[in-house]
Design a protein. Structure first.
Length: 452
């Protein structure tokens, strides 16, 4: 989820969207529509509506037909555009405070299939083994083919303590698998920390909530005062000089608040563009720049991403990558970079309409392509997962969910996580971000020349 202002859906299944609240007058209909050639198409609509009203097997109201037509119009554009009924629109007015009820997964529609972007750590969906990329084929036995995001959410939400069964297909599965999840209140603690070694720390952002920037600063302050970080030289260095580098883990982070993505990036980037949006309407063209005021950390940063990193986490990774402020490790991110504008209508309903895309500082458009890591570790990650799955199979574990242990840990796992190992190795080296990229480009160039 990516929002410009705190927005909650009142449940633990959330959309990965960037929301903008726009005045209706900015999107008014063209007063000359009746003279447009497209006006002839309205005759077709009226004709079909009249035939349905007179001949359909059950009586239907004009309101039902018109709302159904509007809903279909929006859904035909893309998975994230939709019509919001009065009740649905009211749900978007509730502010997010980092606590909500439900399952704790972020979903989208990918190729017409209901797909998990990422489970949020320590939530019911995460604990039962839901993974990024899982295809949800059924909800409580009902097929999800052609389902809208909102309908999927409505089926998954429910009172705390009740259960919902998701039927999932996953890469590597030979058949569909049911996951029964008990709904609960979702308490999101957005930042977690751990001291790794003298001078080096690990910080994980679970999601971007209202206080993520201040939580991150507090976590870094605590790391600076940690005895492991201080090492044997506890008195000769100032607090802000004890940390030589941190691992910023954004894996399985589905996103959150736009202003928090900007503020977190600003902690490491003290000038220039962080992210911008662009669309057909002038109001949708916005720039978000770093402020030279406030706290700015100078130590080395290694950012970890994977296919569950989306939206706000991609903004941070993209900004730090473009400014050469961090080296990115892991696997390609999800690729969610569209902006949805919430447009209120006169009858209390509204539209959620895709009106823009956001871009990294260097103008990269990452919709569906994602952030490509500087150090691609897909092979190492897959190998480790296969080893752990084989080990679990050999033990015939009753809790074998066929998922990588290191990918579900909330702490850094130096013994089993190859991405953390590689990132820490780079942090401890004398190689800068710029030097690493230059050496990598030279190596690619030399390899290309040899192959020719």
């Amino acid at each position: 989820m990516l929002t410009r202002k705190p927005v909650s859906f009142g449940f633990g299944v959330i959309f990965c969207l960037l929301f903008l609240l726009a005045p209706y007058r900015s999107f008014g209909a063209d007063s000359g529509a009746k003279t447009s050639p497209d006006y002839r198409e309205l005759k077709l609509f009226r004709q079909v509506m009249e035939i349905v009203r007179k001949n359909y097997v059950k009586e239907v109201t004009d309101k039902e037909l018109i709302q159904g037509a509007v809903s279909g119009m929006l859904q035909s554009l893309d998975p994230h555009s939709s019509y919001l009924t009065e009740d649905m629109f009211k749900e978007l007015q509730v502010e997010t405070k980092g606590e909500f009820g439900g399952l704790g997964i972020e979903i989208t529609i990918d190729g017409g299939i209901l797909t998990v972007v990422s489970p949020i750590e320590d939530t019911p969906a995460f604990k039962v083994g839901i993974k990024p990329g899982d295809k949800i084929i059924k909800i409580n036995g009902e097929q999800t083919k052609n389902i809208s995001l909102h309908s999927a959410v409505q089926q998954m939400r429910g009172p705390k303590g009740t259960k919902v069964t998701l039927t999932v297909m996953r890469e590597g599965f030979k058949k569909l698998k049911d996951f029964t999840i008990t709904r609960d209140l979702i308490h999101v603690h957005s930042v977690k920390k751990e001291a790794l070694d003298a001078g080096y720390g690990y910080v994980k952002i679970v999601s971007f909530q209202e206080t993520t920037d201040t939580d991150l600063m507090a976590a870094i302050k605590e790391l600076e005062n940690n005895d492991t970080i201080k090492g044997s030289d506890k008195k000769s260095k100032k607090d802000d000089e004890r940390l030589k580098g941190i691992i910023l883990d954004l894996r399985n982070d589905p996103g959150g608040l736009l202003d928090q993505a900007v503020k977190v990036s600003n902690l490491f980037v003290d000038k220039g563009l962080i992210v911008y949006t662009d669309g057909r309407v002038k109001d949708q063209r916005m720039e978000f720049r770093a402020s030279p005021a406030g706290t700015h950390y100078k130590f080395k940063v290694a950012v970890l991403i994977n296919e569950g990193s989306a939206s706000a986490s991609e903004i941070v990774a993209g900004a730090l990558q473009d400014h050469e402020r961090a080296l990115i490790f892991g696997t390609k991110s999800f690729g969610k970079a569209s902006v949805q504008t919430i447009i209120p209508l006169d009858n209390g309903s509204g539209l959620r309409l895709t009106t823009a895309y956001y871009y990294t500082p260097k103008g990269r458009h990452i919709q569906k392509t994602g952030i490509i890591p500087d150090v691609d570790m897909k092979t190492e990650v897959q190998k480790k997962e296969e080893e752990e799955i084989a080990a679990e199979d050999a033990k015939n574990s009753k809790k074998n969910e066929k998922r990588s242990r290191f990918s579900k840990e909330t702490k850094a796992d130096l013994e089993n996580d190859p991405v953390v190992q590689k990132a820490l190795e780079w942090l401890k080296s004398d190689i800068t971000v710029k030097k690493y990229k230059q050496d990598n480009e030279k190596q690619i160039s030399d390899t290309t020349a040899m192959n020719q």
